[in-house]
Design a protein around this ligand. Structure first.
Ligand SMILES: Nc1ncnc2c1ncn2[C@@H]1O[C@H](COP(=O)(O)OP(=O)(O)OP(=O)(O)O)[C@@H](O)[C@H]1O
Ligand SMILES: Nc1nc(=O)c2ncn([C@H]3C[C@H](O)[C@@H](CO)O3)c2[nH]1
Length: 233
């Protein structure tokens, strides 16, 4: 009996140790706002583990491409992609960090508050799908501790994102319109800046993202201490 208590207590300790001795930063922003570039920049620092969005999983789950399906027919395939995004972002978030600081591209929170919300508000997600996804999200975020210490919000205008998107031309995104980017932008502004809806899981540091690469790298360097000291407090 005592050995069971002992192993149970040590599991609790390990779980708590993981929760409270690591720093979690989520880099948020519109499509092609510059998140990957930001993560690459900080990824060079040795004690930071970078977790990019598992887009490759969304493009191939047992041979299916839910990302492409969603862009082709959001009403039919929105919930399919979102359910899988929610799972893969949760797995990413809970994976044991190899270093003391974890920098993640987007989060389970923006998947719900930005992308699911956008599909629903634009009338492209049936209410029943939205209701089921919301129940899943509420249960997960109530019953599983998903720590975030800081959100870095790359505030890039939709026009700039649209220009960059066209240059990058990721196949599935060829159909993305400026309107789509504008509605994603508005939801990010409502959530992270105006804070008109949906609770914030962490404090937000806004970094303007419209500048050229050189200036952005300079901005990241200037914000380095703010980012890492904000977490330690
Ligand atoms: N400051 C910048 N100036 C010009 N081009 C940029 C800048 N930052 C990134 N880009 C280019 O814009 C494209 C999108 O950048 P990036 O992949 O960093 O954005 P992202 O937010 O990760 O995109 P997604 O959300 O689709 O993953 C890339 O082709 C990148 O080379
Ligand atoms: N519908 C939808 N829901 C999400 O949670 C989500 N997260 C990212 N994306 C899209 C944006 C880029 O095209 C591409 C890479 O960010 O994937 C998403 N699309």
């Amino acid at each position: 009996f005592m050995s069971h208590i002992h192993s149970f207590m040590s599991l609790i300790f390990i779980h708590l140790y993981h929760l409270y001795s690591f720093i979690y930063i989520c880099v948020e922003g519109n499509i092609a706002s510059g998140k990957t570039t930001c993560l690459k920049y900080f990824g060079k620092t040795n004690n930071i583990e970078v977790l990019t969005e598992p887009v490759s999983k969304w493009k191939n789950v047992h041979g299916h491409n839910p990302l492409a399906l969603m862009y082709q027919d959001p009403a039919r395939w929105g919930i399919t992609l979102q359910t899988y995004v929610q799972l893969t972002m949760l797995v990413n978030h809970l994976s044991c960090p190899s270093t003391s600081l974890k920098m993640m591209e987007r989060s389970i929170f923006s998947a719900k508050h930005i992308f699911v919300e956008n599909l629903f508000r634009s009338g492209r997600m049936p209410a029943v799908d939205y209701a089921v996804l919301t129940e899943w999200f509420d249960w997960i975020t109530t019953n599983i501790s998903i720590p975030v210490d800081l959100i870095v919000y790359l505030q890039t205008t939709p026009e700039t994102c649209y220009q960059r998107l066209k240059h990058r031309c990721r196949e599935e995104e060829s159909a993305i319109s400026l309107d789509y980017l504008e509605s994603i932008h508005q939801l990010y502004e409502d959530w992270l800046v105006k804070r008109t809806y949906a609770a914030l899981p962490a404090p937000v540091l806004v970094i303007p993202g419209d500048h050229d690469l050189q200036k952005m790298l300079q901005l990241y360097e200037e914000n380095r201490n703010t980012i890492f000291s904000a977490c330690s407090s």
